[in-house]
Ligand binder design. Structure first.
Ligand code: TRP
Length: 339
């Protein structure tokens, strides 16, 4: 059986947090370890530059942090190809060809891009590269002929754009060279971890995240300050579990769901204090994150080895992407000097 090809990536604009872990990293490690997939994991520095062109140092710094986060959660360069987007020239040329297959209007209608443009408050100053990042993402995915792309569910419209580009390319150039990708999403209800403050998104800019690199004290402090039910003032008051971030996290992280159901019933009836459920969550998170943090610290002692790993991964990725690029040029007919 030929293995399915998986490609995914992250923009290096900071360290990764437990939202990334739940939303995508865990799935990637599972796929990698199953042996059923050939896995490519890309640090998308070029895509990060589309809205950080004035601060490349932030991307440079974050590159190694993201690589350490990968190794810490169990991505293994012996099983997965971990590489850096900017080091793969073929991706830029593919992006150029695909640019001619999409309209500006279609890019402006992409719900993910539209949302991000609003969040980032670009107003009338949207960088052209940012508007077009779904095109470069189509290059990332198709260069490796990936059919499975594990991402957060906010990325679905970007994948749809890739599928459109693939269909247009194959139709216009009479081939079946490019592969339409499917998204691979976490189980329902587990895809998005809310922020510590109850905001629907955990993010660095909102300051409501627990990082994979956070130490024991920091995790505890963050958990004890989490948003619960603002109307649950006294222990004996009945409390709400919907929208109560501590229970949302317990749903996702606890391996004893019967206990969680019991606690929920008790909380709703009254008589269960916030401190108790926070202590429980703290313990669960500490247990899950301690081995990750320890592995991270061990790898962080040898940054040269981490860069070497990325370099080797990028060499391997270049071979694959260059082969696809050659086929793409052939399909278009830009192969004048081949015999
Ligand atoms: N856009 C993705 C994100 O923000 C990152 C990314 C870049 C990516 N290229 C990719 C994800 C290719 C999957 C496949 O999370």
């Amino acid at each position: 059986m030929t293995k399915k090809i998986v490609l995914t990536g992250d923009r290096p604009t900071g360290k990764l947090h437990i939202g990334h872990y739940i939303g995508s990293l865990k799935n990637r490690v599972k796929m990698q370890d199953s042996g059923d997939y050939e896995t490519f994991v890309m640090i998308a520095d070029t895509q990060a530059l589309t809205d950080n062109a004035r601060d490349p140092e932030k991307i440079r710094r974050s590159l190694i942090e993201v690589a350490l986060d990968y190794l810490a959660v169990g991505l293994d360069p012996k099983k997965s190809t971990i590489f850096v987007q900017s080091q793969i020239p073929a991706l830029f040329e593919l992006t150029s060809y695909y640019m001619d297959l999409v309209t500006v209007a279609r890019l402006e209608r992409n719900p993910t891009v539209k949302n991000e443009i609003r969040q980032k408050q670009f107003q009338d100053s949207v960088p052209a590269g940012f508007l077009a990042y779904p095109v470069s993402q189509a290059a990332d995915i198709t260069a490796f002929k990936a059919s499975v792309v594990p991402v957060g569910d906010d990325q679905e419209p970007v994948l749809e754009q890739t599928r459109e580009i693939v269909r247009t390319f194959n139709r216009l150039y009479h081939c079946d060279l490019l592969v339409e990708p499917e998204g691979y999403f976490p189980p329902k209800g587990q895809g998005r971890l809310p922020g510590l403050d109850g905001n629907e998104k955990m993010s660095k800019s909102l300051g409501n995240a627990i990082y994979l690199s956070d130490d024991t004290k920091t995790i505890e402090k963050k958990v004890m300050s989490m948003y619960t039910d603002p109307d649950h003032v006294h222990v004996q008051d009945p409390g709400k579990v919907e929208g109560n971030t501590v229970f949302t996290y317990l749903d996702i992280f606890s391996s004893d769901q019967a206990q969680v159901q019991e606690l929920k019933a008790q909380y709703q009836k009254g008589g269960l204090g916030d401190v108790k459920i926070k202590r429980l969550l703290n313990q669960i998170l500490q247990d899950e994150l301690a081995p990750i943090r320890e592995r991270r610290q061990a790898f962080a002692k040898h940054p040269d080895d981490v860069y070497e790993m990325l370099k080797e991964g990028s060499q391997k990725a270049n071979q694959v992407a260059n082969e696809t690029l050659k086929q793409v040029r052939d399909a278009i007919g830009f192969n004048y000097f081949d015999k």
